[in-house]
Design a protein around this ligand. Structure first.
Ligand SMILES: *[C@@H]1O[C@H](CO)[C@@H](O)[C@H](O)[C@H]1NC(C)=O
Ligand SMILES: *[C@@H]1O[C@H](CO)[C@@H](O)[C@H](O)[C@H]1NC(C)=O
Length: 172
């Protein structure tokens, strides 16, 4: 009896998923975050931290607010396709991980009005940091996937970094 029941259950599940007419699309893209962590035009800044401690990327409890321009190419003067807006919280006691909560807010012609929501732990010392894409809006409704982050350029003098972000999402 039991095997028959589970077969029935499996069939029902298959029929249900079929009746929704689910056709997921996969979209991949490469984006470049133009990131300034100091100066008059900083795009990422600490907003608060643990009193009496140094507020920094590697200081537990430090919360950063960010609004990085996102460009199509490595060059900061290449076409802007959106902004990366949100917060980072240094979430590991030893400062090694940061918790990322950012929206990719598209402004380009193709995806304007749509967003992707990125959330998860980023291992700050790793050359490639992978964070989950948990949701989206507009053209990315029900999006799920992952994003990798790599710092491909860093100018310590002016605290300027270019971060390459490769996104892979499944969505309707
Ligand atoms: C900040 O941006 C303004 C306007 O684009 C520019 O004139 C100024 O030189 C920039 N300042 C720094 C420190 O980059
Ligand atoms: C991100 O994509 C670029 C190509 O657009 C590729 O060269 C690079 O290796 C990718 N990075 C990762 C971590 O997959």
């Amino acid at each position: 009896m039991a095997p028959k029941l589970s077969l029935l259950l499996l069939l029902t599940m298959l029929l249900c998923s079929h009746s929704h007419g689910v056709h997921l699309k996969e979209t991949t893209m490469t984006l470049y975050f133009q990131d300034y962590s100091a100066g008059a035009n900083a795009t990422v800044l600490p907003v608060t931290g643990i009193p009496g401690r140094v507020w920094s990327f590697f200081g537990f409890g430090t919360i950063f607010c960010t609004d990085d321009p996102i460009t199509e190419g490595l060059d900061k003067n290449s076409a802007q396709i959106g902004r990366a807006q949100g917060i980072y919280v240094t979430s590991a006691l030893d400062g090694s991980n940061t918790h990322v909560l950012i929206s990719i807010v598209f402004t380009n012609e193709e995806f304007s009005g749509s967003t992707l929501e990125i959330q998860g732990t980023s291992r700050q010392h790793d050359a490639v940091r992978e964070v989950a894409v948990v949701a989206g809006t507009g053209k990315f409704r029900y999006a799920r996937g992952y994003a990798t982050f790599e710092t491909v350029y860093f100018d310590m003098e002016i605290s300027y970094a270019i971060i390459r972000c490769n996104v892979t999402v499944m969505h309707y």
